[in-house]
Design a protein around this ligand. Structure first.
Ligand SMILES: *[C@@H]1O[C@H](CO)[C@@H](O)[C@H](O)[C@H]1NC(C)=O
Ligand SMILES: *[C@@H]1O[C@H](CO)[C@@H](O)[C@H](O)[C@H]1NC(C)=O
Ligand SMILES: *[C@@H]1O[C@H](CO)[C@@H](O)[C@H](O)[C@H]1NC(C)=O
Length: 453
């Protein structure tokens, strides 16, 4: 899990070997990220005094509200008719949100792009079910961290989805014989092993339950209050990249034939030489460039303006805050990362699978990410599930890369005050030129060079 295997505490050498950079570069980057985080905190403090915050956000949210008025009605219908049949109770615990507590949809994004493609009504309805259009949603949680589960129950319910719990395991309790390959002893090995094991449990459940797709989130994940609307765009993007037949509803609303869609990460790279991009412009939920915090190479965003998000075929990501797997993908993941010889952090393993493409592993990336990690207010030791993450007291929580953080807006959402939702970076709200528009591009792109970011 994110806290369990704290990415920031991993050695720079390990990063640079994966990303093909020198150690010095990785160190500089970590220092830079530290500075950015510091400035970010400073700006947060400054912004708290700004009264303009609400205007900016509501402008951002309203802009898109008008774009799809016709869909909003249908979506509400779909929500009301939601399937509430009992679920398989044989694994872990269940958490079911109270359907009556679902918030109004905050803003609707257009599902029609440049007219080339749209989601069918069936895809759209599936996206609005209680598992977000996936077979199931799972949350990885180490049982002792009830605090993280509490927060996840609340934010999932406010967003309107249910999840099953995968119980995380402390790496110390995984016997050597159960490991794949030879794991190097290191201070962080327990966390890395526990995290690897938790994700293996997830893939195992996808297979055991025969789910055609599933989404997993680590228990410190956070997302924008407009998550459900974002997922419509993600589904449209994924169907577009996969070139799904335009007049048919694919088996999954996210299209068929993918193995992994990496929604929540801390760096992501497009496939080298693959220029296909699904471009979403004028999106008020795109992290302002200055506040994009990543620990590795990211796509070249210079062809786009600051409020553009893109999707692409990906050679991998770093950090596993959230990703979707297909059944096919889950099978390959178990074979590759448990049955074969593998000994390393889970995200590096998935990155390998995405970049080597052995067994035809097909990964889709999104940047900026739509799910990231939340750092709650309170003791710094909350951040990690093992040992002591630090004794300092954080006065205010924050989330990396998420504009209208659900965790930071729970007060407004509990009270049904969607109009009071705030951005983490209100002064950098983008200049939107109308509703979100989408476009498929296949132009030569400059190569992604991690050193340029
Ligand atoms: C959207 O509609 C609302 C209410 O009808 C209106 O006040 C607002 O100006 C509209 N926004 C845009 C961007 O057209
Ligand atoms: C939601 O939709 C997906 C895709 O059609 C489906 O696999 C899943 O079973 C649905 N979830 C529920 C709770 O009905
Ligand atoms: C886009 O972001 C960059 C980097 O923060 C900034 O310098 C630039 O002014 C922004 N552009 C606009 C149009 O806001």
């Amino acid at each position: 899990m994110g806290g369990f295997d704290d990415v920031e505490s991993r050695s720079p050498a390990r990063y640079s070997s994966m990303l093909g950079r020198g150690v010095g570069e990785a160190r500089r980057r970590i220092v830079l990220v530290g500075l950015l985080a510091f400035f970010f905190l400073l700006t947060l403090v400054a912004f708290r005094r700004q009264d303009t915050i609400k205007d900016v956000v509501s402008k951002g949210l309203h802009h898109t509200a008008n774009a799809t008025a016709s869909f909003a009605k249908q979506d509400t219908q779909a929500d009301l008719q939601e399937n509430t049949e009992p679920k398989d109770a044989s694994f872990g615990e269940k958490y079911t949100s109270d359907p009556s507590s679902k918030p109004e949809v905050i803003y609707k994004s257009p599902v029609l792009g440049n007219g080339e493609r749209s989601l069918t009504q069936d895809s759209l309805e599936a996206l609005h079910n209680s598992s977000l259009g996936f077979g199931k949603v799972f949350v990885l949680n180490v049982p002792a961290r009830s605090d993280k589960l509490d927060a996840m129950k609340l934010t999932a319910s406010l967003t309107g989805f249910d999840f099953d719990i995968i119980k995380g395991i402390n790496g110390k309790d995984v016997p050597k014989k159960a490991l794949s390959g030879v794991w190097k002893e290191s201070p962080g090995a327990g966390g890395i092993i526990g995290c690897w094991r938790g994700h293996m449990e997830f893939a195992g459940e996808v297979i055991r339950q025969g789910l055609s797709t599933a989404l997993v989130m680590e228990d410190d994940a956070d997302w924008d209050v407009s998550f459900r609307s974002q997922l419509e765009l993600i589904a449209l993007g994924s169907q577009t990249l996969l070139d799904s037949p335009k007049d048919q509803t694919p088996g999954s609303p996210y299209g068929d034939g993918w193995d992994l869609i990496w929604l929540g990460h801390c760096a992501s790279q497009p496939d080298d030489g693959d220029n296909r991009r699904f471009v979403m412009k004028n999106d008020p939920t795109v992290t302002p460039p200055r506040h994009r915090t990543n620990y590795g190479g990211v796509p070249d965003m210079s062809p786009y303006d600051n409020s553009t998000r893109i999707m692409y075929f990906s050679k991998g990501s770093t950090c596993t805050y959230a990703y979707a797997l297909s059944l096919h993908g889950a099978r390959k993941m178990i074979k590759w990362l448990s049955m074969d010889i593998y000994s390393g952090p889970i995200d590096f393993g998935l990155h390998d699978m995405c970049s080597k493409k052995e067994r035809g592993f097909k990964c889709i990336g999104v940047f900026p990410q739509i799910i990231a990690d939340h750092k709650p207010a309170g003791s710094g030791s909350k951040d990690t599930d093992i040992g002591n993450g630090g004794d300092s007291i954080r006065q205010k929580g924050f989330s990396y890369n998420i504009v209208h953080s659900t965790r930071l807006n729970v007060d407004a959402l509990i009270d049904g005050h969607e109009d009071q939702v705030t951005s983490q970076w209100p002064q950098e709200a983008p200049n939107l030129h109308g509703p979100i528009t989408t476009e498929f591009q296949n132009e030569p792109q400059p190569n992604t060079d991690p050193a340029n970011h």
